[in-house]
Write a protein that binds this ligand. Structure first.
Ligand code: 7RM
Length: 635
């Protein structure tokens, strides 16, 4: 395991250079040294972005669950693999050891087989953050079924679309789920979906809330009695390196969701290697990623990456605000969490609250902090750094996507000096490019352009389920021989990358390209502002003008709106210039967000342009009710 950690910046550059000059040798060594294979590959990598076609570790045979579970049993069988922290702090946490995880995954795999699920079949998993979610994912992987996890906050319509798009045969769900003080009727949502899903032959139901539900005869069964009867021995299916491991849907800017397809071997190698180095995971650490397994962050950095490293990974069922705003920090203290990985939106929400929610708890176990999902603004970064990390835990600002499978840009903790709002340097093996609008690569330092990746990496998605052309069109058609991320980025004088946001978030005002992110950063620095979002709306003279939606902190709410508006524009003038001043500023109670915390600017754009008749499906939002409130007071 000697070369598994990156020790200093010089070594990072040395390894990076090797990974770029001899990518095949580099990844072959990682694959050889750190994983168990049933059969070795015949070819490390093959690629053609014009199709696009990418294969890693061709003809190798493996099962990812043997790497995530079986091989740990003789060295750390009694170590906690999954540490389950329930929604209600009064309910006991569960420590599931690697031995127990093995037994539970094998039983579940046998239940799936008995129910007729075969290698290559699609299984939809619609579960809350309970151990059965991770176990179902792993059980699918064990028998070679392709899992399609749908976040259990999605509506019945969104669920049905995803079930039908990839022809799932089975749904695994629960009677209900907990969210703070509320319970949600998950099974009822599934029942409604299945009215339009003829392909579903069976539904397995985990008992969680004990709510009374309807079981459809011949289709629905409680899971536990089936598990009780199942054998705890299961021989893992031997999979090809390029066999699909899972499908995960990600919303497109328009139209139906894209089912990103991930492979087995490349995905495993990259998620495991990034996990170890980016979180500096050590054997006795307790790692906690607060994402939901319904997102790629949960797939790669709650389940596969950590387990492939024999880590203890926390699964948290609850929410950051229940029973109060100290919940995250209470869990950190209780389980002596060493790595904590969360989203900027959660940080900003908690930073609004009184510091006593933080100071009540002993956070001295923390060694590394992480963020993911959106650009982190300076203010939130400093709050996280000062109050959670106590200025001693490096913050890894990790940039990546559902499509990339694993982290692509990130500091290496204790190695890469961090700068707030910069994701810093490309990870090992990741070859970035910034492109201008005409398709020319921007060379050198201090440039800004569209962020592309010019060489394959092991965990890249292989296709969009059922629509390879859309895969090509979306990611490979904009720039020849490049994967286009859809994001814009800057490279500074030392070569650090700062993600400026989606390029579709650029607004052209009087012929000037204005990114929404820097304007929002400027606004957010106003002491009365908690969060903001900027969109463009049609303007006779300027082409577009700027409309700001601003959430105030409590201290702002007692102040005169007119004064605040002036001060906010003053702030923008100072930071960016008068060109970026807002024509309209609306104070709002919240912003429409996706479940992973991304602001849905599409909806705000429509509100700003007074086109609120057709907002599309807003049921997948975290907070659909806020949309009504914003429309009511729109300027
Ligand atoms: C992991 C995940 C992907 C999009 C991506 C960016 C944004 C993610 C960061 C970020 C700035 C970051 N997958 N994004 N991480 N922007 N800094 N550290 O979030 O498919 O759901 O979203 O998220 O725009 O393209 S995702």
């Amino acid at each position: 395991m000697s070369n598994y950690y990156i020790k200093n910046l010089e070594e990072y550059f040395q390894i990076y250079r090797k990974s770029v000059r001899e990518p095949e040798n580099f990844w072959e060594e990682i694959a050889e040294e750190h994983f168990v294979w049933r059969k070795r590959w015949t070819n490390v990598m093959r690629w053609d972005f014009s199709k696009p076609e990418v294969a890693w570790f061709e003809n190798a045979k493996l099962n990812i669950t043997e790497n995530c579970i079986d091989r740990h049993l003789h060295i750390r069988g009694d170590k906690t693999a999954i540490l389950f922290e329930p929604n209600d702090p009064a309910e006991k946490a569960q420590h599931i050891s690697y031995n127990q995880l093995h037994e539970r995954v094998c039983k579940m795999a046998n239940v799936l087989k008995e129910k007729g699920v075969e290698k290559g079949d699609r299984v939809c998993i619609y579960l809350p953050m309970i151990p059965e979610l991770a176990i179902s994912v792993l059980a699918c992987a064990r028998i070679g079924a392709i899992h399609s996890v749908v976040f259990a906050g999605f509506s019945s319509l969104a669920l049905a679309t995803r079930i039908n798009d990839c022809d799932c045969k089975m749904v695994i769900t629960s009677d209900g789920s907990y969210r703070g003080t509320k319970t949600i009727d998950l099974k009822g949502i599934v029942d409604q979906s299945l009215e339009t899903c003829p392909g579903i032959k069976s539904v397995l139901v985990v008992k969680r809330t004990g709510a009374s539900i309807v079981m459809e005869k011949g289709r629905d069964q409680w899971l536990q009695p089936l598990l009780d009867k199942a054998s705890s021995k299961n021989k893992a299916e031997i999979m090809d390196a390029e066999d699909p491991l899972f499908i995960l849907y990600t919303s497109g800017s328009t139209g139906k969701p894209k089912g990103m397809v991930h492979s087995s071997a490349g995905y495993m190698v990259f998620t495991a290697y990034t996990f170890k180095n980016i979180f500096n995971y050590q054997e006795d650490d307790v790692y906690w990623c607060t994402a939901d397994i319904g997102w790629i962050t949960g797939h790669s950095y709650i389940v596969y990456g950590p387990l492939a490293n024999g880590a203890t990974t926390v699964m948290f069922e609850g929410i950051p605000t229940y029973p109060d705003h100290g919940r995250f920090w209470e869990v950190v203290e209780k389980h002596k969490v060493t790595q904590f990985y969360t989203a900027p939106t959660a940080i900003r929400a908690l930073a609004k609250e009184n510091l006593s929610f933080v100071d009540k708890y002993d956070l001295s176990s923390l060694k590394v902090l992480g963020t993911v999902g959106e650009p982190i603004n300076e203010e939130a970064w400093h709050w996280y750094n000062n109050n959670i990390g106590k200025n001693k835990s490096p913050i890894v600002d990790t940039w990546w996507q559902t499509e990339t499978g694993g982290i692509m840009i990130s500091p290496i903790p204790f190695v890469t000096p961090t700068t707030p709002t910069f994701a810093t340097l490309p990870f090992i093996g990741v070859q970035l490019a910034l492109m201008d609008e005409r398709g020319q690569e921007l060379m050198g330092k201090q440039v800004e352009g569209r962020l592309c990746i010019k060489y394959p990496w092991p965990s890249m998605a292989r296709t969009i389920w059922g629509d390879h052309k859309r895969y090509y069109d979306t990611y490979f058609s904009a720039f020849e021989n490049m994967y286009f991320t859809g994001d814009g980025a800057k490279r500074d004088a030392v070569g650090y990358y700062r993600i400026t946001g989606r390029v579709d978030d650029v607004i052209i005002v009087s012929g000037h390209n204005l990114g929404t992110a820097p304007i929002e950063d400027a606004i957010n620095e106003h002491p009365a502002v908690a969060e903001s979002a900027i969109v463009g709306f049609p303007h006779d003279v300027k082409g577009n003008a700027l409309y700001g939606f601003v959430i105030l902190k409590e201290i702002g709410e007692s102040r005169k709106p007119e004064n605040l508006r002036k001060e906010i524009n003053q702030q923008i003038t100072e930071h960016i210039g008068p060109i970026a001043k807002l024509d309209k500023i609306q104070f709002v109670p919240g912003l429409p967000k996706t479940r992973s915390g991304k602001i849905m600017r599409r909806i705000l754009r429509k509100i700003a342009s007074k086109e609120t008749d057709n907002l599309g499906d807003i049921s997948t939002l975290l907070n659909p009710e806020v949309v009504k409130a914003i429309i009511k007071d729109a300027l």
